[in-house]
Design a protein. Sequence first.
Length: 232
Amino acid sequence: MGADPTGIVVGLGLPAEAATEWLDDLTDGFRDECDLVGASVVGGDITRCDLVVIGVTALGDLGGRAPVTRSGARPGDAVAVAGRLGHAAAGLALLDGGLSEPAELIDAHRRPRPPYARGPEAAALGATSMLDVSDGLLQDLGHLAKAGGIGIVLAPENFAVPAPLEEAARLLGADPLEWVLTGGDDHALAATFPEDVRLPSGWTVVGRVTEGEGVQVRGRKLEHGGWDHFRK
């Protein structure tokens, strides 16, 4: 929503026999990720549980700005993305195929690297709507379209497909653009901006907001294209 990260609160449920070494690694992971943005673990709770359950609440400071929600996109706005797209999905496909290369895609699946700084940057630039891409770009842009009562038209030729994705697609006989458009777990950012805003490097314009509804690619309106936890 455009806030600067300040801290996280962690709720942890653990079996009594949980390994100490695993807990040390978990704690180190929270610390290392918080260090990337100058935040820290500021509290939480722990309880005994039959399963390992972890709940994290992230806190941030808007600095007096209004939050950037999903619902503010307007026809004519540019649709832009920041961060990696399709890398985690390609890494998972490689693992499912019994492959270990390209290694950077395997790493991307195992540890996402969200573009944290781009959220506050987008807010300062006047982003009209924004969300993270966790369930696939098409699916998550669909949330922006629904919340704002608008349509989105994507230009596939604007998406850069890096060499590791091309290589993974060759090995698996897949279409790398499908990973880019529908793959989740990269935790990139997608935002809409007034058309006259000049975006800095790190943001790529991939489409436009239009009148209408839903998300279109090459003239096709797509209802699905990502992970939906409750879809039958």
